[in-house]
Write a protein of this length. Sequence first.
Length: 186
Amino acid sequence: MDIGTNIRAIRKRKNITIAQICEDTGLSQGFMSQVETNKTSPSIATLENIAGALGVPLAYLLLKKEERMQIVRKGDRKITTSGPERLKVEHLGAAKSMRMMLVELPPGGSTGEEPRAHEGEEVHLVVRGRIYAGQGEDAAEFGEGDSFSWNACIPHLVRNIGEDTAVVLIAVYTETEQAEPYYDRP
């Protein structure tokens, strides 16, 4: 783990000196220097004291870089197309087992001609337009602001039933890390 690098980055960002950390924690400057250069691994109790002096939760010091907040600016979103109708998919962000995306469905557009299933669970929020969603024997129409969720292992279908392009915010959660997002598949 790269805990020392994390500590140094936080300390510098907050304009805290090593001397101030040592004063707050009772640790020596030599020890703190070794911690920050990853030459020694402090105990959990020591890390808790350092976290307190930095004003951050202990767990934050233990996060790997890829586990920290990931930022995707609007202009930097990955954009793909999905399915035979080439639905526009904007990828908003992802964690190990979750993906969020905005899907545009043109009038009459759908996620496919036949319902299909995949691993995971989904939550949908209709941002714009009117859609029909069906899964098994359940079906409903949704408008702006409506939401629904389902277990994606049951075949399902989403179709735009409005006259304008519909936009749906979708979060997909899976038990395993997703190699390729569901809406990337043709």
